[in-house]
Ligand binder design. Structure first.
Ligand code: ARG
Ligand code: ZN
Length: 890
């Protein structure tokens, strides 16, 4: 089908409103009957009387309007599946009957089956795969639902809101009736039916009421739900406390499913989760998984206000709910950690993710503002730009307005728009009004794509004891946007004296010094600030705590970076200085490698490394994250032409040399970081485990044979997955043949637990050395084709094997012989027939083709062209590949 572009500027309000919907389902795997009754009335401001009911892959049985069945000539069936009823000028009652086939639904949008259980996913446009409906977020209606199903297959029948009735039916069927007290758009509808069990608890709310909380899972997973329920309780209490937002329902349910394209979905009162974002025990989840589960539970819960009570007018406004909710989720996670270094560790992780994924997106053919101006397929815009950069934009508002000011703004936004749909302007207006600030320039963050660079120049004048900081901004062109207007950039700075102490800051116009850090507001292309009373040449700490999603260009000397890595009292920037040093070192080694000379470690980096490793005053968690080498993606980001093979060679040599040169020190640090023997996913213990894994990796790289035995022993005896997986990964990435035995043992032990077998896939997909001479692409291909536990219909399987390989194993995927790309072509095309959201996500691994070495680049280009030339591609895939081929940004 030809893909049509949808533009934000073309938005028109609905022609009709839906006052109420009653849905009745007769569930059947291949033939589910849907009977819907709609009360529809014209929008007074309408410009047109034609009522469009969206529909996809539905079998229409009948339409009855005001009690009379419509004749086939009384409505139009459009080629895309929609129905148009012309001239609807007064309130009508519509009854529609249609049939759907959940079993044949492999897209996982609409109603589908997951291991025999019925599940739904309606955001963004999945409801039209269930029944005919004006499927757009600016139409909210009261929903009631009745579900009829055979009792034996579907003992549990759930939908949004409150359970108002249940009972028995003939032929061993039963039913439940649900009523959602809050009007909602169709994308928040959910239905779950099957054989599930729940962990539940009545939870006391601040307002005195009690709410029933339930986590529904397949029976064998009931023991993995405790952490999720605890996280949910923490999320509810946090939103009451921090933003005064209360749970508005008597009942709040979470359901886990193994078959889910995304992380989770905030359906009103009935969140549906990918099981990897909800199920956890120490045996099946790592420290990171625990942290992620808490965040995602928080995220979906927080949508209840930012997303559900106030929703989006149209899908271009997606960041209105997603950016804001990611921000809320990040603040929640940080508040749960408490102390400031633990918070900094979380911030460093979030920013690294942003730099790895979003900065790359911004530099490629799919670059778009956090509020896109157009799309071919909305599912392609659930991106890290909309989500994570969107969250950074919200964070900048909090930085500019202060925590209290931000909270006031959020309260006003919710007061003004509760129960309706809103736009990004509505949000900014509420923020501006509540704080009496003009934020008009700030809106450019919503309309301009690309990562701004801020160039910093400094000048210390000894005689006048002044220090001048000049900031100038520049944003590179992105598809469709060659010239950018200046952004409003909050730029947090501090100045350090030679003793490592921050100095009190006083700008020229001020009468006295105030504080030791300052948020400069850069609004022009260039601006200078003059600090007075600066008696010695200071070392600046710039864009502290990542105060804006920008790239800072400043020529620090290596000595200054070493200094900051030791003294900066902003933990984020301290780690950042360490990262800059390691990048400097790795880039030098990359050049050594490419010139064919011996790779040597930069002495400044070496010093900083040693001093941080031995610093007793910092927490293991911080040490681990600050010392961890930058990801290959991060290293690639800074290179004009990417050669993944040299990057990998440099990293390997760096690890090996560090492991050899510091082996005694590292062994000591390893011993000092024994975690509590009773496992808990808390940040302090997790930090110790991370520190140990880091030590292990270096020791083994440095050729320490004992550490191999030790790793094996940990894999074989430890009870928690974090340690076991770290140990196994380190062995898999070593030259030791033990890896085959251990991978086999892991398979035997893990094959019946999807969470674990997915980890097993990823270990192999991301292995940094060939297995027995066999390139990793062959290992992956072999698993895809021959391993019985791999199922291409299951997104988690695809993500943890195929996507993990193509996205995260740069040196093996981008082999100059092109086998990686050949594999990519096959997989993208195969998966496109099954689930277009999955194929287009995989397709994006070739976004950056212009930036690779000429040989790779040529092969990537032909792979893209080949895919694009195939018939019947999904709109999802077509958009992504088409943009990769057409948009020249470099
Ligand atoms: N709103 C969900 C979230 O919490 C994501 C839904 C994604 N759906 C999709 N079709 N891409 O982030
Ligand atoms: Zn979300």
């Amino acid at each position: 089908m030809a893909s049509a572009t949808v533009y934000r500027k073309d938005y028109i309000p609905p022609t009709h409103w839906v006052d109420s919907v009653h849905l009745e389902f007769d569930l059947h795997p291949q033939q589910t009957h849907v009977h819907s009754t709609l009360i529809i009335r014209p929008n007074e401001d309408r410009i047109n009387n034609d009522l469009v009911l969206n529909g996809r892959d539905l079998e229409l049985v009948r339409i009855v309007m005001d009690g009379r069945e419509l004749d086939r000539t009384e409505y139009t069936l459009m080629p895309n599946g929609d129905i148009v009823l012309r001239g609807i000028t007064k309130e009508i009652k519509l009854e529609i009957e249609n049939i759907i086939n959940p079993q044949a639904n492999t897209s996982l949008m609409g109603l589908y089956l997951s291991k025999g259980n019925f599940m739904t996913q309606c955001e963004a446009e999945g409801f039209r795969r269930i029944t005919y409906y004006p499927d757009r977020p600016d139409i909210s209606a009261k929903f009631t639902v009745r579900i009829n199903a055979p009792k034996s297959v579907c003992p549990v029948l759930l939908s949004n809101g409150n359970l108002v009735e249940e009972g028995e039916l003939d032929g061993n069927w039963h039913y439940t009736c649900w009523e959602d007290p809050f009007p909602k758009p169709s994308y928040l509808f959910a239905l779950v039916a099957g054989n599930l069990k729940c962990r539940e608890e009545k939870f006391q709310l601040k307002n005195g009421k009690k709410a029933l909380l339930q986590i529904w899972v397949e029976p064998q997973n009931l023991d993995k739900t405790e952490f999720a329920l605890e996280s949910l309780k923490r999320a509810i209490a946090w939103d009451e406390e921090r933003f005064g937002l209360e749970l508005d329902l008597e009942r709040f349910m979470i359901v886990a499913t193994d078959d889910f394209t995304m992380g989770a979905m905030e359906n009103k009162g009935l969140n549906i989760f990918n099981s990897r974002c909800v199920l956890a025990t120490p045996e099946v989840a790592t420290d990171r998984d625990f942290a992620r589960i808490e965040s995602v539970i928080g995220h979906e819960y927080f949508h209840n206000w930012t997303g559900n009570r106030v929703t989006c007018r149209d899908w271009f406004q997606l960041t209105l709910k997603e950016g804001l909710t990611v921000f809320r989720e990040q603040e929640f996670a940080a508040d749960m950690l408490g102390d400031s270094t633990a918070r900094a560790v979380k911030r460093i992780e979030d920013v690294r993710y942003l730099r790895d994924r979003q900065f790359t997106e911004d530099a490629g053919p799919m670059a778009h503002p956090i509020r896109p101006e157009s799309y071919e397929e909305i599912n392609n815009f659930y991106t890290t730009t909309v989500y994570e950069k969107g969250a950074e934009v919200i964070r900048m508002l909090q930085t500019l307005l202060g925590k209290d000011g931000f909270k006031r703004g959020l309260e006003q936004y919710i007061r003004d728009h509760d129960g309706s749909s809103a736009t990004c302007e509505d949000f900014l207006n509420a923020m501006a009004e509540a704080n009496m600030r003009n934020l008009s320039q700030f809106t450019r963050w919503y309309s301009q794509a690309g990562t701004p660079h801020v160039r910093v120049r400094t000048h210390w004048d000894e005689r006048s004891a002044t220090y001048t900081i000049t900031l100038s901004q520049f944003c590179p062109p992105t598809p469709g946007q060659t010239k950018k207007e200046p952004f409003f950039i909050p730029f947090d700075v501090a100045l350090f004296n030679s003793k490592g102490k921050p100095i009190a800051l006083q700008l020229q116009a001020e009468t006295n010094a105030k504080g030791t850090s300052r948020v400069l507001e850069l609004t022009d292309e260039e601006h200078s600030w003059v600090f007075v009373g600066v008696k010695e040449k200071p070392i600046p700490s710039l864009a502290r705590n990542f105060s804006a999603p920008i790239i800072v260009d400043y020529n620090y000397s290596p000595e200054e970076l070493v200094f900051l890595s030791q003294c900066d009292n902003d933990a984020f920037n301290r780690a950042h200085a360490m990262e800059e040093l390691s990048l400097l070192c790795i880039n030098e080694m990359v050049s050594d490698y490419e010139r064919g000379t011996r790779m040597v470690i930069n002495p400044h980096y070496r010093n900083a490394f040693e001093s941080m490793l031995t610093d007793k005053s910092i927490s293991p968690a911080f040490k681990a994250i600050a010392l961890t080498l930058p990801s290959e993606t991060r290293i690639a980001e800074a290179q004009p032409m990417i050669n993944p093979i040299s990057i990998r060679a440099a990293i390997r040599s760096l690890r090996e040399q560090l492991g050899r040169q510091f082996s005694h020190l590292i062994m000591r640090v390893f011993d000092d970081n024994a975690p509590n023997p009773v496992y808990s996913p808390n940040a302090a213990d997790a930090g110790k485990r991370a520190m140990r894994a880091f030590c292990f990796e270096l020791l083994l790289a440095g050729g320490n044979a004992k550490s191999l035995l030790r790793a094996r022993q940990i894999f074989e005896t430890s009870k928690n997955l974090t340690e076991r997986l770290d140990a196994l990964r380190i062995i898999v990435n070593s030259a030791s043949p033990t890896k085959f035995t251990l991978l086999e043992a892991a398979e035997t032990e893990w094959r019946n637990e999807p969470l674990l077998i997915n980890k097993w896939f990823t270990l192999q997909a991301t292995a940094t050395v060939p297995m027995d001479e066999c390139p990793i692409v062959d290992v992956v291909q072999n698993l895809v084709e021959r391993y019985p536990g791999y199922n291409a219909h299951n997104p988690n399987n695809v993500y943890s094997l195929v996507l993990a390989f193509c996205q995260n194993n740069l040196a093996e995927f981008h082999r100059p012989d092109g086998v990686g790309y050949k594999f990519w072509v096959e997989q993208v095309l195969k998966l496109d027939r099954i689930n277009p959201q999955v194929s287009s996500r995989l397709a994006r691994c070739l976004d950056g083709w212009r930036r690779y070495t000429p040989e790779c680049s040529k092969l990537m280009f032909s792979a893209l062209k080949y895919v694009y030339s195939q018939p019947n591609l999904s709109t999802d895939l077509k958009e992504v590949v088409g943009k990769a081929l057409n948009n020249a940004t470099h």
